[in-house]
Design a binder for this molecule. Structure first.
Ligand code: DC
Length: 214
């Protein structure tokens, strides 16, 4: 595999600040930005639209192969229909872990992620398995974390709700994401570990950009 010279891989659990930091880092480095979580959410949305049970692995795998995902700065189209708001909704959020544990779906999306980046000559790519599986030869690997309370508070600021309930939901999703058999969430050996709990976005982005430029 040729080295992924212009790839920054950003992994970490929900609420660690991945999307905000990856988006801003991409702007600063002038690289395209890819949110791979949106792709898993897009397939989940397609299943729910079609009345397919998200935990029916065979049916979801078959569906994924024929589902078109158009991902851009403006949002996500699933088979040509805007799903930008739906993929952040409760129904998709509740079901997405089962889809993300589906090996056939992962294989398909992994290939799409690599093609997306290859056709653009690089990118800042965020997810759970980007440094460990999708781009193990990325130029820079970053693992973002934050304390459980800070993560829950950030989610509440984004989508509202009760901090304790959201903290429980996050803990459950973390557990599913990090204990699944295929490509579990874990820190890559040579990743830069950044705790974003009490730091500004600008501060974190500048630190990562400095390391990227070496
Ligand atoms: O980052 P997010 O909350 O939008 O991710 C949605 C789900 O997809 C979450 O359960 C983790 C999973 N995911 C994954 O397994 N691998 C990725 N590369 C990105 C997300």
């Amino acid at each position: 595999m040729t080295p992924s010279v212009n790839v920054v891989a950003i992994d970490g659990p929900a609420g660690a600040g991945k999307s905000t930091i990856a988006r801003e880092l991409a702007r600063v480095l002038n690289l395209p930005y890819l949110d791979t979580g949106a792709m898993y959410r897009g397939i989940t949305c397609a299943a729910l639209r079609k009345g397919i049970d998200p935990s029916d692995d065979a049916a979801v795998a078959e569906l994924a192969l024929i589902t078109q995902l158009d991902i851009s700065e403006d949002g996500l189209l699933v088979d040509g229909i805007d799903a930008t708001a739906d993929i952040r909704g409760e129904a998709v959020t509740r079901a997405v872990s089962s889809v993300a544990a589906n090996s056939e779906v992962r294989r398909d999306l992994r290939e799409r992620q690599r093609s997306w980046v290859a056709s653009r000559g690089g990118g800042v790519v965020e997810g759970r398995d980007i440094a460990t599986v999708v781009f193990p030869d990325a130029r820079l690997k970053v693992f973002l974390t934050a304390s459980p309370l800070v993560r829950a508070q950030r989610r509440v600021a984004q989508i509202g709700g009760d901090v304790d309930q959201i903290a429980r939901d996050i803990a459950e999703r973390d557990h599913k994401d990090s204990t699944r058999i295929d490509s579990p969430l874990r820190e890559s050996e040579n990743a830069m570990l950044v705790d974003t709990s009490n730091r500004s976005i600008e501060d974190v982005v500048n630190q990562i950009a400095e390391v990227f430029h070496g």
